[in-house]
Design a protein around this ligand. Structure first.
Ligand code: SDX
Length: 432
């Protein structure tokens, strides 16, 4: 029941007004912040699928229409006209930078490319089979030890140093990923170069050797830039909500994004891009063209990784852009007939025509094609989720800052409905 300003919650004989909260895109919520105090009741929404945890001005998604905007700018326009660094500035600070602002930001990121030499020894302690996400989370948190002045856990101080910390994390997340690859390959670390842009430097740190300079002959740095840009933010997904949760306790930025890396790791979230390639390879190796796999997905025997989304009940706009980019990149490396791309296109076509997927509004998501681009760039599959983390770093940091800057922000502490044993008395062990 709603009147112009309030929803009314009726429980038995009692009525409780719930103010309505409406956003700039006319999404409307029941504001239940006073519900428990006034009624003793709480809401229940496991997985938070119907619950707004905050007000945010960073990213807008309309899942039904397949709309994604960073600070009001459509992802399609940013993908065509912007760069990862420029979009990172936009996500972090809310406005597209002037040329001067972008140059200052670029320089600050560039100057932070190398890590403290003492941190190189951390890699000696990781086994070569370590998962890159475990290394990344540990190393990002360790950064706070080397720059304690930016990781004080005193809100005002951490906010004052945010610009430096953000540029440092945006730059070093890429360096740490590359160093992890070199460690796992048993190769010496490659120092960053000052004459290369963000993605060129990443590929250089990954693939250049003391005796051989990596050459990006297929324009892969450009494809990676688009990949990172498309991953820069996605409102209250699992990992970003984790960053806000950890930051809400006034934990510093380094600890908060380190927690975000762990939340991203799972195959239902950021780990899906790796799971997609493994799925495509499994289908290819089995001689199936995808038809059998679709049937398995429909009867619950398999999950079509890279398909489906909690919010998008339409085509994920990022998947559409990445699908075209994958075709361009594969053609550029002379692999236009990559069998995995053909299987992916066949899976997509079959799924989009199949009642099971149509009924459940299951469409390709950001992870469905992204792995083909990363494979073409020579990135090992086990680094795919790490690549997602690099792209998502600006979003995580923007959300940490948005929460930290809100004077009304409180520590995140959901309630629960207890379903355990009622009170009972302790039994001595000889009576159990
Ligand atoms: C990301 O939140 C974000 O914004 C995330 C992200 C970001 O940018 O941060 O967009 C990045 O994480 C994208 C999603 C990557 N994950 C995957 O691709 C894994 C495969 N997808 C699914 O596991 C699933 O679709 C989720 C996890 C993405 C969404 O899960 P939901 O919303 O909890 O949906 P659900 O599991 O309740 O499924 C609803 C129905 C079920 O069938 P029924 O019980 O109704 O019969 O759809 C089915 C599911 O079985 N279903 C699938 C399916 N996804 C859902 N069936 C087959 N294959 C799938 N992929």
């Amino acid at each position: 029941m709603t009147d112009t300003q309030n929803a009314i919650l009726r429980v038995g004989e009692n009525e409780y007004p719930c103010p309505l909260l409406t956003g700039t895109e006319n999404e409307t919520a029941f504001d239940i912040r006073k519900l428990r105090a006034e009624s003793g009741l709480i809401s229940f929404d496991d997985g938070f699928g119907n619950t707004g945890s905050c007000e945010s001005a960073i990213t807008y998604i309309d899942g039904d229409a397949g709309i994604l905007r960073y600070r009001g700018y459509p992802i399609e326009q940013l993908a065509e006209k912007s760069s990862f660094l420029e979009s990172s500035y936009l996500v972090l600070y809310g406005e597209l930078p002037t040329a001067d602002q972008l140059e200052r930001f670029r320089r600050r990121v560039q100057e932070n490319a190398a890590i403290h030499t003492a941190m190189e020894h951390h890699f000696d302690g990781f086994p070569s089979h370590s998962n890159p996400m475990a290394v990344l989370s540990a190393m990002l948190n360790s950064l706070g030890c080397y720059y304690p002045e930016m990781a004080s856990n005193r809100r005002e101080e951490d906010l004052e140093r945010f610009d430096e910390a953000a540029a440092m994390l945006l730059s070093k997340v890429r360096t740490i990923a590359a160093m992890t690859y070199r460690m796992k390959m048993g190769k010496p670390f490659t120092f960053p170069r000052r004459d290369l842009n963000y993605c060129q430097n990443f590929l250089h740190m990954m693939f250049s050797d003391p005796y051989h300079e990596y050459e990006d002959t297929a324009g892969l740095a450009e494809a990676l830039d688009l990949f990172f840009l498309l991953h820069a933010d996605h409102e209250q997904n699992c990992s970003t909500t984790t960053v806000r949760m950890v930051g809400s306790g006034h934990a510093n930025l380094f600890a908060s994004v380190s927690a975000g890396v762990c939340a991203l790791w799972g195959p239902l979230h950021g780990g899906a891009n790796q799971a997609v390639i493994e799925m495509l390879e499994e289908i290819h190796d089995s001689g199936d063209d995808g038809s059998r796999f679709i049937e398995d997905a429909k009867n619950g025997k398999a999950r079509l990784m890279g398909f489906g989304h909690r919010v998008y009940k339409n085509y994920d706009p990022r998947a559409r852009i990445l699908g075209k980019a994958a075709e361009r990149v594969l053609a550029a490396i002379g692999d236009a007939n990559d069998p995995l791309l053909a299987i992916a296109r066949n899976l997509e076509k079959s799924a989009l025509e199949d009642e099971y997927f149509i009924e459940r509004k299951l469409y390709p998501n950001v992870d469905f094609y992204s792995g083909l681009i990363l494979t073409a760039a020579g990135i090992p599959v086990e680094f795919f989720t790490t690549m997602f983390a690099i792209g998502r770093m600006p979003g995580w940091m923007a959300h940490w800052k948005e929460n930290a800057s809100d004077p009304k922000a409180r520590i995140h502490r959901p309630r629960q409905i207890y379903q355990g044993a009622n009170q009972r008395d302790y039994l001595p062990i000889d009576q159990r």
